[in-house]
Design a protein around this ligand. Structure first.
Ligand SMILES: CN[C@@H]1CN(c2cccc(OC)c2)S(=O)(=O)c2sc(S(N)(=O)=O)cc21
Ligand SMILES: [Zn+2]
Length: 258
């Protein structure tokens, strides 16, 4: 696909040149305004069935660090809430800022968090492949979890301890037996709205489910994400992977539900 990044010359402000949908009417992320969110009594709780989940590997795709899952069956799914059927867990990844800077994608009343975790799921009931689902209006469901700085997160070290193995773009290493349930906050209360991928190809295919309660991670743990590089081992330039977030996009009439 076409090159894109988070720098001055290839960042979010120019993505529309190669990906015109960047100026579409259901783009993500957004600034969430809880007071303006309308409560929908028909929206039930979300349910995460991750108990038999199978993580496969952890990789640096040059944009983020991604943990990929075996999505050949319905072992790890998200259901309920705004979703009409179960969506299969495909991968999770993070977005973060520079040292002392916030790097979440969604904001709440204009406030951003230190980082944001995205668990990407696809509608394997309606679509035969992830790629097909990724470009369908009801193809993906992404669960967003805010990270704020505080105490060490008890389980995040399993991920941060592996980051040195995937320092360079296109590096990948085994990462089996990780259950992302350990990264959830105590409450699954959420906001939900119809949006898009926050990276190219920016497909308007995502039902967003953003948890209201952040998880706490330490500055030291977050700092380990910043030792990753956007660049590959063979490249002369070594560009630190940080500020890999897209800023909030226009609501264009959308209501976000809670
Ligand atoms: C680099 N972009 C990520 C990889 N993806 C990707 C890869 C291949 C094809 C494709 O569309 C056809 C999408 S993805 O769908 O897993 C997602 S979801 C997402 S976010 N920030 O909105 O949660 C970022 C990415
Ligand atoms: Zn993301």
């Amino acid at each position: 696909g076409k090159h894109w990044g988070y720098g001055k010359d290839d960042g979010p402000s120019i993505w529309h040149q190669n990906f015109p949908v960047a100026e579409g009417d259901r783009q993500s992320p957004i600034d969430i305004m809880p007071q303006q969110a309308s409560h929908d009594p028909n929206l039930g709780p979300i349910v995460l069935n991750y108990d038999h989940c199978t993580s496969l590997n952890i990789c640096n795709n040059g944009h983020s660090v991604v943990v990929e899952f075996d999505d050949t069956d319905d072992r790890s799914v998200i259901l309920g809430g705004p979703l009409d059927n179960p969506y299969r867990l495909k991968q999770f990844h993070f977005h973060w800022g520079g040292k002392g800077c916030h790097g979440s994608e969604h904001t709440v009343e204009g406030n951003s968090y230190a980082s944001e975790l995205h668990l990407v799921h696809w509608n394997a009931v309606k679509y035969r492949s992830f790629g097909e689902a990724a470009s369908a209006p009801d193809g993906l469901a992404v669960l967003g979890i805010f990270l704020e700085t505080g105490d060490d997160h008890r389980w995040l070290h399993t991920i941060t301890d592996a980051l040195y193995m995937v320092k360079y773009k296109a590096s990948v290493t085994d990462f089996k037996g990780f259950n992302p349930k350990c990264l959830l906050p105590s409450s699954l209360h959420y906001w939900t709205y119809l949006g898009s991928l926050t990276t190219p190809p920016l497909h308007e295919s995502v039902t967003w489910i953003v948890l209201k309660e952040p998880i706490a991670v330490s500055e030291r743990q977050l700092g380990k994400f910043r030792m990753l590089l956007f660049t590959g081992e063979e490249e002369d330039q070594r560009i630190r992977m940080e500020n890999n977030f897209r800023p909030p996009q226009p609501l264009k009439g959308r209501k976000n539900l809670q």
